[in-house]
Design a protein around this ligand. Structure first.
Ligand code: PAN
Ligand code: ZN
Length: 188
């Protein structure tokens, strides 16, 4: 008889709310400037960054939870401070592969925005910071943006089996961007 793929053992994990790190992650995804080609408005500024050290833009710390319905996938997302030209560092952003699945982002440290869009053109920038939760409803693509000068750390929870669809966002982009203009975040 086939074993049920959803079966696993209970566990706990330490989360360092100051450093924005998971005690014992099973997987760490690291995205550098060179993984962000095509995402920022100022492509020349991104090329310069890649040539000058290719800095890490963000890290995602994950536990190995079965990616099937019934589970809740958890991760810590740590988005470093910085700018590409005048545009703040951000994540690639994605729809979920199973588009009708939601996600909860709890702001742990730093501050910025969760930029969310639908395929029919709605777009919302919701502030996220320590102590604030952002609800990403089903069908909304989502990208975090760090407008602070410390890492923006979030604790994310989404349904097992949701998956990630990066391709549609690479094609569509987001209708809004957030720039640093004379020291303050401006949405354009
Ligand atoms: C988050 C994101 C994480 C990194 O865990 O995956 O913040 O952003 P990108 O996946 O867009 O590179 C999430 O939304 N998971 O579904
Ligand atoms: Zn997501």
């Amino acid at each position: 008889m086939m074993e049920n793929p959803a079966l696993c053992m209970p566990f706990g994990v330490d989360i360092d709310l100051i450093k924005g790190a998971m005690g014992d992650p099973d997987r760490v995804i690291v995205r550098k400037a060179s993984n962000m080609i095509g995402m920022y408005a100022d492509e020349a500024a991104l090329s310069r960054l890649i040539e000058h050290g290719d800095p890490v833009h963000y890290e995602v710390f994950e536990k190995a939870i079965p990616d099937v319905e019934g589970h809740l996938i958890i991760c810590i997302s740590k988005l470093y401070p910085g700018k590409v030209g005048e545009e703040y560092y951000m994540t690639k952003g994605h729809y979920h592969m199973v588009a009708g699945t939601a996600e909860i982002y709890l702001g742990v440290a730093g501050q910025g925005f969760m930029l969310m869009k639908t395929s029919d053109g709605k777009c919302v920038a919701e502030p996220i910071r320590h102590g604030r939760m952002v609800y990403v409803p089903p069908y909304w693509a989502h990208r975090s943006i760090n407008t602070d000068d410390v890492p923006l750390v979030s604790f994310c929870v989404y349904p097992g089996g949701a998956g990630h669809n990066y391709g549609d966002i690479e094609k569509e982009g987001f209708p809004k961007r957030i720039f640093n203009k004379h020291g303050v975040p401006v949405t354009q």
